[in-house]
Design a protein around this ligand. Structure first.
Ligand SMILES: Cc1cc2nc3c(=O)[nH]c(=O)nc-3n(C[C@H](O)[C@H](O)[C@H](O)COP(=O)(O)O)c2cc1C
Ligand SMILES: Nc1ncnc2c1ncn2[C@@H]1O[C@H](COP(=O)(O)OP(=O)(O)OP(=O)(O)O)[C@@H](O)[C@H]1O
Length: 250
């Protein structure tokens, strides 16, 4: 921390796990970019790993992630984010009082403006909220709170996307993510770590490999086995699969 604390120019900071980088996350990031442009400073994203809920619930190995860190990093880069500050989330961090987190992680890292959604929480027992953030940052940084983006009268969230995936509800995923959900799949071993798989069933998919995009169907049996109507076994070590729509269950 002390190394980083001396290193940063003033910056706009967004904080959160950002699993899947759904439409709600993008509205927070876009607002941060807008503020950064006006102030001629850079945007940094502060994220955590593993997921705070996995540590607090003591389920480090069974948490269902939507994307691995490498994908998150790649999407953030595409979005023009200059810095990803990745905090290793463990029990010590989980028990850090909210005011201490603000002091060392936000003020200490020279944040001039924090952008978050209305439901943002931080600090021990997740007690810190947008009101305390404004108070604890007084004289140091400003806070902008972005209106929560909804779809169908319900907040868009990573949790909702995980639930939709578990039910095989494909159509709604595109509305929440703004794009098809995609995973990396290895012909020999199945789903790569830190992705989630759709419920067993038959799906229309798009396979991406090098510059080719092949539409076919996939019969998903479990995380290790799926039968595709296109033979891509010679494509290794892994390919990207976009899930387009559900064709049926079995
Ligand atoms: C310093 C710190 C301590 C935290 N401690 C807890 C905790 O004890 N219990 C909990 O459920 N979440 C805890 N969290 C997680 C937050 O409640 C929240 O999930 C996380 O900051 C990500 O924000 P987001 O859910 O809005 O993305 C902590 C977060 C931070 C930054
Ligand atoms: N629908 C939304 N509209 C606007 N901001 C959002 C939305 N969802 C999350 N955010 C904001 O994005 C940041 C990161 O949130 P976070 O990673 O907790 O997303 P989440 O989808 O709520 O996750 P989870 O469902 O796992 O709790 C926070 O500032 C949060 O308030």
């Amino acid at each position: 921390m002390s190394q980083w604390q001396n290193q940063f120019q003033q910056q706009v900071l967004v904080i959160g796990f950002f699993d899947g980088l759904h439409k709600g996350h993008l509205s927070v990031i876009n607002e941060a970019k807008r503020i950064a442009r006006i102030n001629e400073v850079q945007v940094a994203v502060m994220s955590f790993f593993p997921h705070p809920k996995a540590i607090v619930a003591d389920l480090p190995n069974s948490f269902q992630y939507l994307m691995p860190l490498e994908d998150k990093q790649a999407v953030l880069t595409e979005l023009g984010i200059n810095t990803l500050l990745l905090v290793h989330f463990d029990r010590d961090i989980a028990s850090l009082p909210s005011a201490d987190f603000v002091q060392s992680f936000l003020i200490g890292l020279n944040a001039m403006h924090i952008v978050c959604g209305g439901d943002f929480h931080y600090g021990a027992r997740g007690i810190g909220n947008t009101h305390s953030l404004v108070k604890q940052g007084e004289g140091h940084f400003q806070v902008s709170i972005v209106e929560l983006m909804e779809y169908g009268g319900e907040k868009i969230s990573s949790t909702r996307i995980r639930h939709a995936l578990a039910k095989g509800n494909i159509t709604i995923l595109r509305k929440l993510l703004g794009k098809f959900y995609s995973v990396s799949w290895c012909p020999q071993n199945g789903l790569l770590p830190f992705y989630s798989l759709r419920a067993p069933g038959v799906y229309e998919v798009k396979l991406h490999y090098k510059n080719e995009i092949i539409s076919c169907s996939a019969q998903v049996l479990n995380e290790k086995e799926a039968k595709f109507t296109h033979d891509f076994n010679h494509w290794s070590p892994s390919i990207k699969i976009e899930w387009v729509r559900s064709i049926g269950r079995f």
